[in-house]
Every structure is written in structure tokens, then in C-alpha cells.
Ligand binder design. Structure first.
Ligand code: CTP
Ligand code: ZN
Length: 154
């Protein structure tokens, strides 16, 4: 625990997504499909001080773990996030999120004229030009997707 203040209580079982890029906690909540009506404890901290990145967000979800697709999506918005699996109050696994070099299936090209948006059976495909700031290049039309283009789809 590097911070001097505990902003949100520890959880017993579940997942803590830590070191989320400041301001993106609510996007993470959306990626996880959390509505708040699941009868599970969810705690969210936004723009709290962080030693490593000045400010960060944290999302703690009781009683669930994340699937790889969810972790990839979080990585696009918060490339420095860490996923901590908590069991019986202890961190039993800590994983840095990772953006794959090639992104397929997860997002659509923002260029409406792109062949991947036509009726052709062509799956969207992007190359990661930069992780932070996020820049993804479409394999088909060369369009450069930024974080805001990706956010619109989540
Ligand atoms: N945490 C929690 N509930 C627990 C255990 C840990 O909510 N029962 C949270 C901590 O508050 C922290 C994150 O999970 O936000 C990771 O915990 P820990 O590894 O103990 O903290 P640090 O050493 O600060 O993590 P890092 O090295 O990743 O910064
Ligand atoms: Zn394209």
C-alpha cells in the first residue's frame, strides 16, 4: 500500500483494478457492464493521488474476476492499470494489463468508408502505433484511431 490514505475500503474477494489513468474509472465500469444493480459491492475512486502517476483511478469489484476481452479493453484506455485478484483479503495475483500488437474483433474502424465497415466479410484489424497516447492504425484504410474514437464504442 504505497498511498498514505485509504480512499476506499479493502475488499474480501474479487478484483481491484488499480493505477487506472485518471478520469477513466467510469469507462472501466462501463466495459465491465456494471450497472450498479448487481447487488455486489463496487467501489470507485477518481483522481486520487498516486506516487507513480500523480493521479489515478481505482475500481474495486467484489465477487467477480475479469475475462481477457475485458482486460484488453481496459488496456486501451488505461495502459498502466494493474489487475489484482483478491481472495480472503489478500492479493493472490497481480497482472499489468497489456495491449496486443494487433487488435482484431474488439473495435470498429471509425472511417465509414473503410472496407471493414462494408458488407464484405472483412473483420476490423488494427496495429498499435502507440500505447500512450493511444494510436491504432487500421490495416485496411490506414485510418488512425485515437482514444476518443475507441471510447465512443464502449
Ligand atoms: N486491495 C483491496 N483489498 C484487499 C487487498 C488489496 O482493495 N483486500 C487493493 C489495495 O488497496 C491496492 C490494490 O488492491 O489498491 C493492490 O494492493 P497491494 O498490492 O497491497 O498494493 P500496492 O503494493 O500499493 O500495489 P502496487 O505495487 O500495484 O502499487
Ligand atoms: Zn479502416
Amino acid at each position: 500500500m504505497s498511498e498514505t490514505v485509504l480512499y476506499v475500503s479493502k475488499i474480501k474477494n474479487g478484483t481491484v483494478i488499480d493505477h487506472i489513468t485518471g478520469g477513466h474509472a467510469l469507462d472501466v465500469v462501463k466495459i465491465l457492464g456494471i450497472t450498479g444493480r448487481e447487488k455486489k459491492v463496487v467501489t470507485i475512486a477518481i483522481n486520487v493521488p498516486s506516487k507513480r502517476f500523480k493521479i489515478k483511478d481505482i475500481v474495486k469489484v467484489e465477487g467477480r474476476e475479469l475475462n481477457p476481452q475485458e482486460v484488453y479493453k481496459i488496456a486501451l484506455l488505461a495502459p498502466h492499470a494493474t489487475i489484482n485478484i483478491i481472495r480472503d483479503f489478500r492479493v493472490v495475483e497481480k497482472q499489468r494489463v497489456k495491449i496486443p500488437n494487433v487488435i482484431e474483433d474488439m473495435i470498429k474502424c471509425a472511417n465509414p468508408a473503410c472496407i471493414s465497415n462494408s458488407n464484405e466479410p472483412v473483420q476490423a484489424k488494427f496495429y498499435v502505433e502507440s500505447e500512450d497516447p493511444l494510436l491504432l492504425k487500421c490495416h485496411y484504410c490506414g485510418y488512425i484511431m485515437e482514444k476518443k474514437d475507441v471510447l465512443q464504442q464502449f
